[in-house]
Ligand binder design. Sequence first.
Ligand code: FES
Length: 148
Amino acid sequence: MMRHSDILTIGELAARTGVPVSALRYYEQRGLIRSLRSAGKHRRFLRSDIRRVSFVRIAQSLGLSIEDVLGALARLPDARTPTAADWRRISTDIAALIDARIAELTRTRDRLDGCIGCGCLSLKHCALYNPDDRMGALGPGPRLVMEV
Ligand code: FES
């Protein structure tokens, strides 16, 4: 049986998570959270959505994409409050994504290491040197620095 205190307004969810109401609406629009509707058609959220929103915030702060977060959250049950085992399962998925992100950031840092504040674009040793935009033929994006 659900208690009244288990149901939050969007303002209460915003206050508790530190995520603005507009962002919560966006999360809902993207399918990251789902609201219930009150008799007056106002959005209502389960208290367990605090953890869900917090998970989204953490994942975003780590640079994970909305798609990555959606993929992980898709493994949580819709019809009931997620259990510790449910969260453990998706934390394993997210750990792999975090490892991949760390590897990408480390690679990017290493490639940019000598260039930050330099600007020389040295023919001999600059990782950003791209004569005649040869990298453009390989496709869009910062290909010398990031795996795109
Ligand atoms: S800009 Fe100087 S080494 Fe890349």
